[in-house]
Design a protein around this ligand. Structure first.
Ligand SMILES: [Zn+2]
Length: 109
């Protein structure tokens, strides 16, 4: 008996199992084509999720930056701290998300 990863939820299951004990996926009807399409779907979902993250990061960055600019926030005020934090967080989050997106695409190729 070998342990394989469920093609749907990626959790470890027995290769003799007829269905996944975690996500109830029916493994008896799975063939190579279905596994490939499940993998494609999860890759697309992953990159869509990352796209959403990078969009949120952009909003954080732009929002923080514009707020700082429009409010003419002075250093030491809460507005200044909030907008600087938001700008920096957004920037870092954006970079991290872009790198993760690149890695996801490279893994797929
Ligand atoms: Zn599963």
């Amino acid at each position: 008996m070998a342990v394989i990863n469920c093609p749907s939820c990626k959790k470890k299951i027995s290769d003799k199992a007829k269905s996944c004990e975690h996500c109830q996926l029916d493994l008896t009807e799975l063939d190579a084509e279905k596994i490939a399409s499940l993998k494609r779907v999860s890759a697309v979902e992953k990159s869509q999720q990352l796209m959403t993250h990078s969009f949120i990061a952009m909003l954080l960055f732009c929002g923080g930056f514009l707020f700082l600019y429009w409010q003419d926030a002075q250093p030491g005020t809460w507005q200044y701290i909030v907008s600087i934090t938001s700008t920096i967080l957004g920037f870092i989050l954006y970079l991290v998300t872009r790198v993760r997106l690149l890695l996801t695409k490279r893994n797929r190729a």
